[in-house]
Design a protein around this ligand. Sequence first.
Ligand code: NAD
Ligand code: UDP
Length: 339
Amino acid sequence: MKTILLAGGAGYIGSHTAVELISSGYDVVIADNYSNSCPEAVKRIEEITGKSVKAYEVDIKDKAKLETVFKENKLDAVIHFAGLKAVGESVAKPVLYYRNNIDTTLTLLECMQEYGVKNIIFSSSATVYGEENPVPYTEQMQRGTCTNPYGWTKVMMEQILEDAAKADKELSVVLLRYFNPIGAHESGKIGEDPQGIPNNLMPYVAQVAVGRREKLTIFGNDYDTPDGTCRRDYIHVVDLAKGHVKAIDYVLSHDGVEIFNLGTGTPYSVTEIVDTFEKVNDMKINHVYGDRRPGDLPESYANADKALNVLGWKTEKTLADMCRDTWNWQKNNPNGYNK
Ligand code: NAD
Ligand code: UDP
């Protein structure tokens, strides 16, 4: 059985990926400092899968501690989810973001070199397409200009991983550019649990639904889009997690660097998200229209052909599934994991 290290595996995308990998016959080891997650998420993964999961509380930047994980486990591949991801916070605390996101990557690569682990998948983002590229984004486009330090960390980490693979011909790197993951596992046991006021749309909608926030502000309705609100490529987190299983199969059998967009290829507007959430969950979401949020692009969506053609992966879930599963998670866990 192949063993995969999930760095940041207790978080939103990591926990769903852990479930899908275990269900596909992989063994997983989680390493997380719980800076944006909690050990309860690991328990929930165990509940869903019926398997026990080895988890280490470790800061990935702490090389001595991370080495213990590499020493104690025969790892076949690493998936690197461990990063800080709040765009606004990255503008206020750039040094924290560069230190955490770049350093985790370098420390993982050093340990991989020392322990002979040759396969890594990296959680990148559609944000690397920057401001210049036209939608839909394809993987061969040049990385663009980002509007914030979070985005730049992703650009830099992609570059670091490409350079590492150039120098070591046995290294296999897959860069996964996620679009907008939302939704939750259908069991309602794991889901997105942001700390404080949510920055992202869907968790904010869910917290209005459960009564934790009074109303949603829709940031701008004067964009050059069909209904004037921004459009994004929302992807169900379980579809995204299944994309990682396909990417693991791929990374274990190839060398070099490959980039894949993980999105549906279909954009939805903010208004369509609110309308669909209201309809499938039979409720009203109190909302108002406000100013544009600085740095927001009018549209971001994938051309998802490469993942289909090379990995044999495509999304299966609908926007209605995403809205239903988000609400199922939120209503069963009104305060997230700290219920
Ligand atoms: P998350 O915050 O839920 O998960 C990240 C996990 O990494 C958390 O459990 C956190 O505690 C851990 N972590 C952070 N720094 C660490 C460190 N130094 N040592 C150990 N653990 C550390 O976020 P997520 O939504 O699951 O995102 C996972 C990855 O995907 C991130 O790299 C993120 O930037 C990227 N990504 C996310 C989105 C999104 O919308 N959620 C979109 C594109 C890319
Ligand atoms: N958005 C909004 N109100 C919110 C949060 C987000 O109108 O409280 C909008 C935001 O302007 C963007 C879309 O929802 O058009 C998706 O935003 P999110 O932060 O979830 O993702 P990203 O900006 O990273 O694509």
